[in-house]
Design a protein around this ligand. Structure first.
Ligand SMILES: [Zn+2]
Length: 293
């Protein structure tokens, strides 16, 4: 009798707590693939099918249980695999929670290295303490690897010196979906973590790699912002390239950072792009720092 009441309690509380979090938005991309969007954190891609649940990135630490409950509304199973696209706290925050529930965490070598020690992101004045062991990636790779899961072959490709030094993207070859991590901030100027190996040149090179994989039917999941098509990424890349070219030629003319900011090298794009957390002036400063080194 006692067991029965405990069971009923679980049955009554689980679905309602999942539904209560209406600030979590789940979009179906393909039969087996969903995107989860939750405030302040990165996008989460969820592959669910007969082999179980595989997620790409796991959001903020304080939202781990909410994310878990939301995933269970798609398929009521524990997460089997997690890929971290990079080390940032808004993409790896759920690692410890899911690792303690036996999820296998996979990432590029540099993600494990960064998570193993204290990191400080000056731009956000944010310290990331070393990740407890349960949240560290247990499988790491250097260049690429492939998951064979839920009837797809999922290629994971390292994109060097892009948003950080440990980025990777996942390409679901059968479902034709690319999960790009923070190498793409859709409709936003990107944060580039130059203290930890990121660079605008690497971001542009990463976009070339992704565009080479994509065709007109490909759906692209950015690290932040709405789903994209290949032509959306072509347009976004062109904007970042134009701004980079503007700044590069101004540096060659001997202009200072103050003079370049006064020139407003992003002006014609601000209406389309300037919707994120990085103001255009800060984006210009980041590029200037890199190109004038
Ligand atoms: Zn990031």
């Amino acid at each position: 009798m006692k067991y029965l009441s405990v069971l009923i309690l679980i049955f009554l509380t689980l679905p309602s707590s999942a539904q209560a979090e209406d600030d979590v938005e789940i979009t179906q991309i393909k039969d087996n693939l969903h995107m989860l969007v939750s405030p302040m954190g990165g996008n989460v891609a969820i592959s669910s099918g007969e082999d179980g649940i595989f997620i790409i990135d796991d959001q903020l630490t304080e939202r781990s249980k909410i994310i878990d409950n939301a995933i269970k509304t798609i398929r009521n199973k524990d997460v089997k695999f997690i890929l971290n696209t990079h080390y940032h706290f808004d993409h790896t925050g759920g690692n410890e929670y899911f690792g303690n529930k036996d999820a296998v965490i996979v990432a590029h070598d540099n993600v494990r290295n960064r998570l193993s020690t204290k990191q400080f992101i000056t731009y956000f004045k944010r310290e990331m303490p070393p990740m407890p062991k349960a949240g560290l990636p247990v499988v790491t790779f250097t260049n690429d690897m492939t998951f064979h899961f839920n009837n797809d072959d999922i290629r994971v490709i390292h994109l060097p010196t892009a948003h950080t030094d440990g980025d990777s993207a996942a390409y679901f070859t059968k479902e034709n979906v690319i999960v790009a991590g923070d190498t793409i901030f859709n409709n936003m100027y990107p944060f580039i973590d130059d203290e930890h190996g990121g660079s605008i040149k690497g971001i542009l090179a990463a976009h070339d790699v992704l565009l080479n994989l994509a065709n007109d039917q490909t759906v692209i999941v950015p690290g932040h912002g709405a789903l994209m098509s290949k032509s959306d990424l072509v347009a976004y890349r062109q904007i970042l390239q134009s701004i980079t070219d503007n700044i590069e030629s101004a540096i060659k003319e001997g202009k200072t950072l103050e003079q370049i900011i006064a020139m407003q090298p992003t002006k014609e794009f601000d209406k389309i792009v300037d919707k994120g957390i990085i103001p255009s002036k800060d984006f210009v400063t980041l590029i200037y720092k890199e190109l004038s080194r």
